[in-house]
Design a protein around this ligand. Sequence first.
Ligand code: CUA
Length: 315
Amino acid sequence: MADLSSIFAPVSAPADASLHAARVVLAITAAIFVIVAGLLAYAIVAFRRRADDDGSEPPQVYGSDRIELAWTVVPILLVVVLCLVTARTVYDVQAAPKPPGAIDVTVVGHQWWWEIRYPELGIVTANELHVPVSERGNRSPTFLTLESADVVHSFWVPQLAGKTDLIPNRRNLMWIEPREPGLYRGQCAEFCGTQHAHMLLRVYVEPRAEFDRWVAAQQAPAAPPDTMGRRVFESTACVNCHTVRGTDAAGTFGPDLTHLMSRETLGAGAARISARTLDAWIADPNRMKPGVLMPAMQLSGPERWRLVKFLVSLR
Ligand code: CUA
């Protein structure tokens, strides 16, 4: 199972528990299917119409306490077992205690991107979640508080955990505890408008030292250069929606751009980030992501290029 987004290749505790529960349910339901389909196939073959049939009705049987009892009691028992398996898994995941080394992250769903905040570390980023790998003896699971700025979204990274919705005016909690470094991909799993399919998530699970380096880099001020590009940025509507710490821009409607180039994608996975894609994005975001809420900025070619040069300096 090399697929990087398969539920059958979990690398984190809640996803392990979900897969285990799913396997038990699948085994029970597969056994039911084999028995029922087997009996059906047997009946179809054994009692098929034959050449020497005389056309009369077979003997009609009405009522059998034993059979009726069996097909009532057995399904009830099966449903009870399936309920208990599910309830136990749900309880185990929800009641998991938070160890001291846990990381807190708040994820806010927006049409159509993910705002990612680390309240204790003072970091704000978007679409790409960085978490440390959890080690035996030095556990560091990540506890996620899920909120929504507009409609219902759903946070789903199949290899790490099941889905949890992000609901306006409500806080949902979930956690992940990845045990293998790597990049795990996910996406919004609840229809949230035209660009629902382009609301991708990237989770970077890093060894502790690498995660600490990332944290330090994100905490540092952006140190934006005082260039013409910066003046273009600060004098257009960009600042109403975006924040770049250290400049006049403090908008919160769109993603924080302070360390824009530390990310690999733009537009929640719409494209790889580069000067070329940023230029195309600013020229007409709607072309790369139809329905996107960011308007085209109507800048002249040279102005746009200065702005792009400013943006690619945000490391
Ligand atoms: Cu957000 Cu679908």
